[in-house]
Ligand binder design. Structure first.
Ligand SMILES: NC(=O)CC[C@H](N)C(=O)O
Length: 388
């Protein structure tokens, strides 16, 4: 018989459910994600660190958990990092009979092994509506028998979470690649490394606070990661040294990387009411007006009204009109808020990696006839369109 557990929100609301996974009480920030699939990828995404992740899809775990096999470039084939980073999983109903060719264990078993608790039997629709009305809240999952006061609320926005998840030493992937890309690891998802390496890059992943020197790379990539971007001052200062120069090497940032690039150039970021997490977020590309469906996982956003004059908005969210990307008008610098590389999400914009690496190659060869802004425009224009 499963133990019961209680989810306590900072406004005093409680939800009681059944414990699964590890028998441990935790606290953090309660967020919701609307994806219908992708729980192995989401749970191992370092951007979810210290978050109690609510999945709005009603039945979770039905395709089980795959074996952690090594795939291309020595990266885990199915997971986005080496372990679960979310603090807890909150769901409606747990499937106890997973069925899929790749499944080797149940979600319950995996969470137990990883020391992460889950709670099921929660009215996730009610919980999500509450978060949408009141905004993201702190919360704790308290296992039956544990005194509630012994688990204090813990605000992850007060800590530099990036430092906790970033690699400690530089590491090279695809050493025979021809274009040298330095990747600042702020909590990177493996598929970002894979997307760069698959396109011929030699990828050197460096820790979040690694000093940067343009002589060391042909292009710079800034990864996703957890927490408030304003707490990454060391990364901001390091990136500024290579970006705010007359002729910077090409730069591409994703999610936290987008927020950090924005802070580097003097724009502002803010905490959103409840963020955007899911695999069906529509983003409009400025210039072609085309709408692309994207995967997202973020709680902070860039204020586009604070962009310097030589920068432009690249994408805007069609639901809430928040900023989804920026691009320099003439220099090879751009970044996006969404995840073009997402494994469980749409691949509409995975070609942004091609644009980045083509730009890196052209710059390396002294061949950059077009701005990256124009290259993005060319790539994203509908093939049959007569408009542009
Ligand atoms: N996925 C990410 O990189 C998230 C970025 C940042 N931590 C946010 O929540 O907005």
């Amino acid at each position: 018989m499963s133990k019961t557990a209680t989810l306590v929100l900072e406004d005093g609301t409680t939800f009681t459910g059944l414990l699964f996974g590890a028998d441990v009480s935790v606290s953090g920030e309660v967020v919701f994600q609307t994806g219908m699939v992708g729980y192995p990828e989401a749970l191992t995404d370092p951007s979810y660190r210290c978050q109690l992740l609510t999945l709005t899809y009603p039945l979770v775990g039905n395709y089980g958990i795959p074996n952690d096999e090594e795939g291309e470039f020595g990266l885990s084939k199915w997971f986005e990092s080496s372990k679960i980073h979310a603090a807890a999983l909150i769901i409606g109903e747990l499937s106890d009979s997973p069925s899929h060719w790749s499944s080797v264990k149940s979600l319950d078993q995996w969470l137990k092994e990883q020391g992460v608790p889950g709670i099921q039997g929660i009215d996730t629709r009610c919980l999500t509506k509450k978060i949408r009305e009141k905004g993201t809240m702190l919360g704790k999952l308290v296992v039956d028998g544990t005194p509630e006061d012994s688990v204090p609320f813990d605000n992850p926005d007060k800590r530099n979470l990036v430092q906790e998840v970033s690699m400690k030493e530089p590491r090279v992937f695809n050493p025979s690649g021809s274009l040298q890309i330095t990747v600042v690891d702020c909590g990177i998802k493996y598929n970002q490394i894979r997307c760069l390496a698959q396109r011929g890059a030699r990828v050197t992943v460096v820790p979040w606070d690694h000093p940067l020197d343009s002589k060391d790379f042909d292009g710079l990539f800034i990864s996703n990661g957890p927490g408030d971007p304003q707490l990454c001052q060391t990364t901001i200062d390091n990136v500024r040294k290579v970006v705010c120069v007359e002729n910077p090497k090409p730069v591409f940032g994703i999610c936290l990387g987008h927020q950090l690039l924005s802070l580097v150039i003097g724009s502002k970021t803010y905490k959103m009411k409840y963020g955007n997490r899911g695999h069906n977020q529509p983003c409009i590309h400025k210039g072609t007006d085309r709408c692309f469906i994207t995967s997202q996982n973020h709680g902070f956003a860039v204020d586009p009204d604070t962009l310097p004059k030589d920068w432009d908005v690249l994408f805007t969210n069609a639901n809430d009109h928040t900023n989804e990307g920026i691009v320099h008008n003439t220099k090879p610098l751009f970044s996006v808020q969404f995840h073009p590389e997402h494994m469980a999400g749409p691949t509409d914009l995975v070609s942004l990696f091609d644009v980045f690496l083509d730009t890196v190659k052209d710059h390396k060869d002294g061949n950059a006839a077009k701005t990256v802004k124009q290259c993005l425009m060319d790539r994203l224009t509908y093939p049959g369109s007569t408009k542009h």
